[in-house]
Design a protein around this ligand. Structure first.
Ligand code: PNS
Length: 161
């Protein structure tokens, strides 16, 4: 059984994240989408909301599980018996951060490897931070997020702009 972890903040989940989840499920027997629960990082959505969004949009994909984690990613991966971490690369600007993270994780646990999937061209400019900004200032974010995420954004941001 080849099990992979797809970690992230998912604050909120975008169509780029969804695209990577679906593509990963075709490469691995099981994909655990791991939502970072970081008390030090201010997030727009609670970890429970982020898990709920991801569960909603993957409910028809049998080999996906959504879990939250805190602490080190490699420790969570080991606990879940996953030896592959999946990350997306949108542009060269992602590369430096991703390389550093992949190498750090490999230093911490050499049995866990990171694989990178290139973002689909139509998603490569999309980010959670851009979605939050659009939502805050009344921009149209509907093409950036899966439809299941729209009510969460409306609840969180409507009335603030
Ligand atoms: O969606 P993001 O914010 O780019 O995801 C970053 C994430 C969650 C993958 C990363 O911050 C992470 O793995 N955090 C857990 C702490 C950890 O293991 N740090 C060591 C690697 S540098």
């Amino acid at each position: 059984m080849k099990r992979a972890i797809y970690p992230g903040s998912f604050d909120p989940v975008t169509i780029g994240h969804k695209d990577l989840i679906i593509r990963s499920t075709k490469m691995f027997d099981e994909v655990i989408v791991a939502v970072l629960d970081n008390y030090r990082k201010q997030s727009a959505f609670s970890v429970e909301e982020r898990v709920a969004m991801l569960e909603l949009l993957t409910k028809d994909v049998p080999n996906v599980k959504v879990k939250s984690f805190s602490g080190l990613l490699v420790d969570f991966a080991k606990q879940e018996n996953a030896n592959v971490i999946v990350r997306g690369l949108r542009a060269v600007t992602d590369y430096e951060y991703e390389l550093q993270m992949a190498q750090t994780n490999r230093q911490l646990n050499s049995e866990i490897d990171t694989v990178f999937l290139t973002a689909s061209a139509d998603c490569s400019y999309i980010s959670s931070s851009a979605v939050r900004e659009l939502a805050l200032f009344g921009g149209d974010y509907s093409g950036f997020v899966p439809k299941e995420v729209v009510p969460y954004l409306q609840k969180r941001f409507d009335g603030l702009n």
